[in-house]
Design a protein around this ligand. Structure first.
Ligand code: AMP
Length: 397
C-alpha cells in the first residue's frame, strides 16, 4: 500500500492545508494533559515551514454537537501549545470556513500558520458534506493528511476534500506514512516469532481483529474482560465477569481456528476477582477456574503474568492492543503494568495500538521504551481488522 508522499509533492511556496489530529486529552480546566498528538504533527509542519508554505491547520476536538460552536471545544489551548512548541505566532480563526477563516487564509503568507477552529463546529464535517469539503479545499493549493487517528472516518476534511485535488496536489504527511508503514510491515512481513497481546473490555470490539490476526501471528495472549467469554466457552464458571454469551460460538471458532493454524492461544490461568466493579471492592487472587460465585475477574493474576512473560521471552515482534484489566483502578492495574514493563524491556520490536493501551503505557512512564506507539486507537484497530481506511484510500498512489 503506497501512499502519495509529501516529499514527492511540489509544495514550495504554496498554501497547504494539513489535516492534523489535535484531539488531545484535556482536564476540566482546559489544560492539555498529554500533547503527544500535537508533537507528532511537528515533523510535517516543520517540513512545510522549511518549504516556505503558508500553512492552514485543521483538526477536530471532542464531540461538540454538530454545527454548534461551543467554547468548551475550542482549539485555543492547542494554538497556545503549538506556539510554545514551534515558537511561532499561531493565528486562530474564529470559525472553520466562515468570514474569519476565509479572511485570514486569504491574507496568509509563506512561513505563517493559521489554525482553523474545531472542524466539528461545522455539521458538514462528520457528514462528509461536499459543499463543506469544497469550501475547505478552496482555501489552499495542496492537501496533506497527517491525522492518522481519524483516517478511519470518511469525514469531509479526511475524505471528501481529497476529491478536489489531483494526485500532484495531495499527499500523506510524515505521521500518517509512519503509522501505515509500521502496521504494513507488522501485518505483512513481521519478524518471527510474532505475538499479539489482545485485551480490553469485550470480544465484540476485537473479534474482527482477532480473526484477521490469526493467520499472521505465532501466538495470541488474551487478557482483559474479553478473556471471560473464552473461559466461559471452555466451560468455566466465570461468576459475574464480563461475558458476551452471544459470542461464545465465535469464541469457540477462534480457538478452533488457532488450533488448526498452529497458533498458540493463551488465556489467563488466574485472575484478580472482585466482589463488585469498584476501586475499593474486596478482591482476591484466584485460579481462573475458581472465581467465587457472584464475583468478577477484573485483572490477570500473577501466575498469568509469569506465564505470559515466559511465552513472550522468545518472540521477535510484539503487538499489544487492549489492557489486561481495569487499569483505571489501581487495584486492578497491576497485570497491565507488569506486562507493560515486560514489553518495554523486551528486545523484540514492540508496537502498541493507540487508545487505552497507549494511555496505560504512558501512565507507567514507559512510552519511550516502546518501538512504536500508534496515535490512533480506532484507526489502528481497523488496520488490524484488515480494512483499508477511507483517509488512506484517498491518498493511494
Ligand atoms: P477496549 O476499549 O475494548 O480496548 O477496552 C478498554 C477497557 O477495558 C478499559 O477501560 C478497561 O477498564 C476495560 N477492562 C479491562 N479488563 C476488564 C475486565 N476484566 N472487566 C471489565 N472491564 C475491563
Amino acid at each position: 500500500m503506497e501512499l502519495l508522499n509529501i516529499k514527492e509533492c511540489d509544495i514550495a511556496n504554496k498554501k497547504v492545508f494539513i489535516r492534523c489530529d489535535f484531539n488531545v486529552p484535556m482536564d476540566d480546566y482546559n489544560n492539555i494533559t498529554d500533547d503527544r498528538r500535537i508533537r507528532s504533527a511537528l515533523a510535517t509542519i516543520n517540513y512545510c515551514l522549511d518549504q516556505k508554505c503558508a500553512i492552514i491547520l485543521g483538526s477536530h476536538f471532542g464531540r461538540p454537537k454538530d454545527g454548534v460552536k461551543d467554547e468548551k471545544y475550542s482549539l485555543s489551548p492547542v494554538a497556545r501549545r503549538l506556539h510554545q512548541l514551534l515558537k511561532l505566532d499561531i493565528q486562530l480563526a474564529e470559525d472553520v470556513v466562515g468570514e474569519s477563516a476565509m479572511k485570514l487564509s486569504s491574507e496568509l503568507k509563506g512561513g505563517e500558520i493559521l489554525l482553523l477552529e474545531n472542524l466539528r463546529f461545522e455539521k458538514g464535517e462528520t457528514k462528509n458534506d461536499a459543499e463543506f469539503s469544497r469550501a475547505l479545499a478552496s482555501m489552499v493549493d495542496i492537501y496533506i493528511n497527517d491525522a492518522f487517528g481519524v483516517s478511519h472516518r470518511a469525514h469531509a476534511s479526511v475524505e471528501g476534500i481529497t476529491q478536489f485535488f489531483d494526485k500532484e496536489h495531495k499527499a500523506a504527511g510524515f505521521l500518517l506514512q509512519k503509522e501505515i508503514q509500521f502496521f504494513g510491515v507488522l501485518l505483512e512481513r513481521p519478524v518471527r516469532p510474532f505475538a499479539a497481546i489482545v485485551g480490553g473490555s469485550k470480544v465484540s470490539g476485537k473479534l474482527e481483529a482477532l480473526i484477521n490476526l490469526l493467520p499472521k501471528v505465532d501466538k495470541i495472549l488474551i487478557g482483559g474482560g474479553m478473556a471471560f467469554t473464552f473461559l466461559k466457552a471452555l466451560g468455566y464458571d466465570v461468576g459475574k465477569s464480563l461475558v458476551e454469551d452471544d459470542l461464545i460460538p465465535e469464541a469457540i471458532k477462534v480457538m478452533e481456528e488457532a488450533r488448526r493454524l498452529g497458533v498458540k492461544f493463551y488465556l489467563p490461568v488466574d485472575v484478580v476477582a472482585a466482589e463488585k466493579f469498584a476501586p475499593d471492592s474486596m478482591s482476591r487472587l484466584v485460579s481462573a477456574q475458581e472465581i467465587p460465585e457472584g464475583w468478577m475477574g477484573l485483572d490477570i493474576g500473577p501466575a498469568t503474568v509469569r506465564l505470559y512473560r515466559q511465552v513472550l521471552a522468545d518472540v521477535q515482534t510484539i503487538l499489544w492492543n487492549g489492557p489486561m484489566g481495569v487499569y483505571e483502578m489501581e487495584r486492578f492495574a497491576r497485570g497491565s503494568n507488569k506486562i507493560a514493563h515486560f514489553v518495554a524491556d523486551s528486545y523484540a520490536t514492540t508496537v502498541v495500538g493507540g487508545g487505552d493501551t497507549a494511555d496505560l503505557v504512558q501512565r507507567v512512564g514507559l512510552d519511550e521504551e516502546i518501538t512504536f506507539i500508534s496515535t490512533g486507537g480506532g484507526a489502528s484497530l481497523e488496520l488490524l481488522e484488515g480494512k483499508v481506511l477511507p483517509g488512506v484510500k484517498a491518498l493511494l498512489k
